[in-house]
Design a binder for this molecule. Sequence first.
Ligand code: SF4
Ligand code: SF4
Length: 143
Amino acid sequence: MANFWENKALSELTQSEWEQLCDGCAKCCLHKVEDEDTGIIYATNVICQYLDVENGQCGQYSERSTLVPECVTLNNDNLEQVYFMPTTCSYRLLAKGKPLPEWHPLISHNKESVHESGNSVRDKVISELEADDLMHHLTGEWE
Ligand code: SF4
Ligand code: SF4
């Protein structure tokens, strides 16, 4: 039997299936900076204060939109926002007709594989509570 993410469109997923698709990378919780002259967006190594970096989970999941207005809560009603997610984001991959990577927990059956493969923010970020000017924390162009 085919896996649910292979035989359903994103818009057809149940809430539970939608949640399972998130790999826990937390790259979407990184601060980004836009160059006003060029429109180019740069990633930083500064992460939202509410992220539990060890497990990649939001510590304020139910309150996140209120606490962090710019936090994008991706769902079926704003799928166009998927292109603001990182290139490895499961929702973005599936929206583009690409398969999930081998390190995705749904493929590996191991929640740690996203971290062990270096595809999460673990060990690479500092909290926004500790960071100074974001311009000092640029890590490259946001793809
Ligand atoms: S970038 Fe996508 S897969 Fe990674 S944590 Fe955010 S929503 Fe989940
Ligand atoms: S509020 Fe939660 S989901 Fe939103 S950016 Fe912060 S840690 Fe990530």
